[in-house]
Design a protein around this ligand. Sequence first.
Ligand code: FES
Ligand SMILES: [Fe+2]
Length: 431
Amino acid sequence: MTTLTLERLRHLVREDRVHRDVYIDPAIFALEMERIHGRAWVYVGHTSQVPYPGDYVTTTIGLQPVIMSRHSDGTVHVLHNRCGHRGAKVLNQERGSAPQFRCLYHGWAYATDGELLAVPLPDFYPAGYDLADRRLGLAPAARVESYRGFVFASLAPDAVDLRTHLGRATDLIDELVNRSPEGEVEVFGGRLRYEIRGNWKLQAENLADQYHVPFGHESTASRDGYQFQRRTGERGARARVLGEDGNPYLQESGTWAWPHGFNANGAMHFDGAQSGPVWETYRASMVAAYGANRAETYMRVKHHNALLYPNLDLHMLGMLIRVIRPVAVDRTEVTIYPVRLKGAPAEMARDVIKLANITHSATSLIQTDDVESFERCQAGLQSQGSEWVDFVRGQGRDADDPAWGGRYGPITSEIGMRNQHRAWLDYMGAA
Ligand code: FES
Ligand SMILES: [Fe+2]
């Protein structure tokens, strides 16, 4: 293991390539947990996962266990999941509801905002030992803010406010949420989860990668370049992944990169418009809510997906939220949450679940292809055959995009990945 000086970090991540150690060195992973996941605004959960007081979900920020809870006054809190007594994880379930959070070890009990409420057998604590000391409670994350129901936390007290950090990326969240006639989305219907034998950045890079689609997902692309039906109201219409000449049709669309490692991919090409009774009901409710022009704009999928680095992906096409959770240098947990558009027909939510199962379940046709690719990368990167991972594709072809802000390149450009690695250097303090 090498000492990670700034010079060394700069050597590892270049403009057009990244050293293989960035994926396989446990010391680099430990530093990422401190400097990236331990400092960035990290997505924790959606407010719809904790609708009522006492509701909670548990997750991690980097490797640190946290709770997102709904307090009795309706506020949402992000708390360290660590007992103020001797450090036990207080909540062990992935989700649940409880009037108080009680530690299993010695029974200390906490309010849903983390305040220490009760300590069993308090008599033997020395006089002057202050059990009301807030430091004995479940410590709150340094910063917690949300945007349209998406709750983010940062463990860095000096983080800029969330809106400033997100910048134009709020447009990407809006793109998803504005498709609801009520202007709200909710997470529903359970989740799909993968534990991947690969580094977390392999999943992040893949979410900026449309180059792989016709090849990595070849098993679902027919000879004539079509893929299975994906969206409500598209009886028989299929996504086109290859053009007549056999080249990726996706080439027509673009890929975007914004500061802090954020990126988005352009929409897929579909033959045929969405139609049918369910679609028309939905369209009518959108027109009633927003007027014809805004409804048309809101209903159009402008981005296939968007990654809010380091851990949140919005899948606009499939209506899914994907969360990346690093576990170890060669282990990552990926969870997929279906999203429902409030006020839209129930059939559309059913289609979201159906599509999630086709594309992202453990026996799916899409994400399983990607997981295989990630695991082969992790295995291949053990090789000393080359030190470098190549991200040069599309370099020199990107330009400023006045419509969306940020930089823009051809859809199969690796601009989004170069952008992630630039953010990596920045967070690691080596930009
Ligand atoms: S460790 Fe939680 S009550 Fe003792
Ligand atoms: Fe993929």
